[in-house]
Design a protein around this ligand. Structure first.
Ligand code: GDP
Length: 478
């Protein structure tokens, strides 16, 4: 757990002389090539006003966290879109219909492979990449693993059914991730479709569409008839333009695993979504705890390709093990280095598995509040009836101080579900149950994801606990 003065300076992108001076100020005399311990390094980093990152273990991983790209190298890239909404509102149908709007595949007759994501050339010529797994569970599971790959969420709402429980969940998952939404008001071909009611109901959840004077784009469409799909494509392009999505294609590739599996005859196969740089056939990479060399790249049409560019999904063959969805991949310069890093990570994973104390989100949150790193305490609130939910919400809103505020990501009536846990895990949130319990699956998930659930049946106790938490005086084991 040590670092040379020169290296530390380089990491902070400051001159070594400045680090030497700062060290002097702290009472340590050291030259550029001398080594200082982690604690001292941390003090230096803080002196420079940076947030210290653990420097131990960094040697072997060094260079994997690459510097940001220069503005001049950035090029526009396609948005990555995830479809969410209530069951049966048409998520899958809409994904299929959008896929068929592909102007290029249309000409070629487009036999398409399911590799977990696909890119479509929309009418108008703009590209959009879709994640093939609709729904907020997959979305938040990826996020819980640290992968934020979605740029835009399409919120599908059936015009004949309106806002339902999972619609609200989807809204809250997207909001917690700070990913903008485009609303697809689907099934507008149905005689009892009422798009106005949908826009009206969305207001209750803080989603203000353009027609209502807000900024959220909403499009009336039908996955069945194809009506409105072009407008939906336009809305996605417009939303992407607002976000000014860019990446540097001209560098070693980095990105995220969308899907991975072990296939008979093909070995471990993973779909990579490239987020920066260009992934080329023959590239060596580290991915999660695994590594490999891209023996073949297969796109979403089943074609072998030589390279994949930012926002493009591609199936990669030539892995030495099966990574997990949400794992990050980084191209490195040699197979030996890739193996070294992967082995190091595997070792570390084994260690943490056997020795790590349970790092519940509550403990982490308390630590971060104490360090002044958080200004908001994210909460997921579930209650038995609407009345108590409102009372809890009302009480929570009155809490907080100048430094730290509670922030309710999702509040709902009913038992604690898997969806609540994935949201909490992805957002480092605490789950508060008022006269409710988790179902078996949610309880298991909470345990394995290290999500803390606290139960209450008296509002006073709940308020007291949250207050103590905000003052970071809550005992994690209480
Ligand atoms: P998901 O559960 O959200 O993925 O919904 P699906 O895509 O499976 O659709 C549920 C049902 O609604 C299916 O029977 C679809 O055929 C039907 N459906 C989907 N979109 C439309 C639409 O735009 N109009 C009509 N009339 N039916 C639709």
């Amino acid at each position: 757990d040590s670092i040379t003065v020169g290296e530390l300076a380089q990491r902070m992108a400051v001159q070594a002389g400045q680090v030497v001076k700062t060290l002097m100020k702290l009472g340590t005399m050291a030259t550029v090539n001398q080594t200082i311990d982690g604690e001292t390094a941390q003090l230096v980093v803080e002196e420079f006003g940076h947030t210290p990152k653990r420097v131990s273990e960094s040697d072997i991983e060094e260079g994997l966290e690459t510097a940001p790209d220069a503005e001049a190298d950035m090029q526009p890239r396609a948005p990555v879109v995830t479809v969410m909404g209530h069951v049966d509102h048409g998520k899958t149908s809409l994904l299929d219909a959008l896929r068929k709007t592909d102007v290029v595949a249309g000409e070629a007759g487009g036999i398409t492979q399911h590799i977990g994501a696909y890119q479509v050339v929309m009418p108008g010529g703009n590209k959009v990449s879709f994640i093939d797994t609709p729904g907020h569970a997959a979305f938040s599971e990826m996020r819980a693993r640290g992968a934020n790959i979605t740029d835009i969420v399409i919120l599908v709402v059936a015009a004949d059914d309106g806002i339902k429980q999972q619609t609200v969940e989807a809204i809250n998952h997207a909001k917690a991730a700070e990913v903008p939404m485009v609303v697809a008001i689907n099934k507008c071909d149905k005689p009892d479709a009422d798009p106005d009611r949908v826009r009206q109901e969305l207001l209750n959840y803080g989603v203000v569409t353009e027609e209502m004077g807000g900024e959220t784009l909403a499009v009336e469409c039908s996955a069945s008839s194809g009506e409105g799909l072009e407008q939906l494509a336009e809305a996605l392009t417009l939303q992407a333009e607002i976000q000014d999505l860019k990446a540097n294609p001209d560098r070693a590739a980095e990105g995220t695993v969308v899907e991975a599996k072990l296939e008979k005859g093909r070995g471990p196969v993973a779909t990579f979504l490239v987020q920066r740089g260009t992934l080329k056939k023959g590239d060596t990479f580290v991915v999660g705890n695994e590594y490999g060399r891209a023996r073949a790249l297969v796109n979403d049409r089943g074609d072998n390709v030589e390279a994949a560019y930012p926002s493009e999904p591609v199936e990669v063959l030539g892995l030495h093990g099966t990574p997990q969805a949400g794992d990050r991949f980084v191209v490195v310069d040699s197979e030996q280095r890739a193996r070294e890093i992967a082995e190091h990570r595997q070792e570390k994973a084994r260690e943490t598995q056997s020795t790590a104390p349970s790092t519940g989100s509550l403990e982490q949150m308390l630590a971060r509040i104490k360090e002044g790193q958080v200004t908001e305490v994210p909460l997921v609130v579930k209650a038995d009836v609407q009345g108590s939910l409102e009372a809890v919400n009302g009480a929570l809103q009155k809490l907080g101080n100048e430094e730290v505020q509670p922030r309710v990501l999702h509040a709902g009536v009913g038992g604690i579900t898997e969806s609540d846990i994935t949201l909490a895990a992805a957002s480092n949130a605490l789950v508060l149950g008022f006269n409710v319990r988790p179902n078996g699956k949610a309880r298991q998930m909470a345990k394995s994801d290290g999500v803390d659930i606290r139960y209450f049946s008296v509002i006073y106790n709940l308020v007291d606990d949250v207050k103590a938490l905000l003052e970071s005086k809550l005992s994690p084991t209480a």
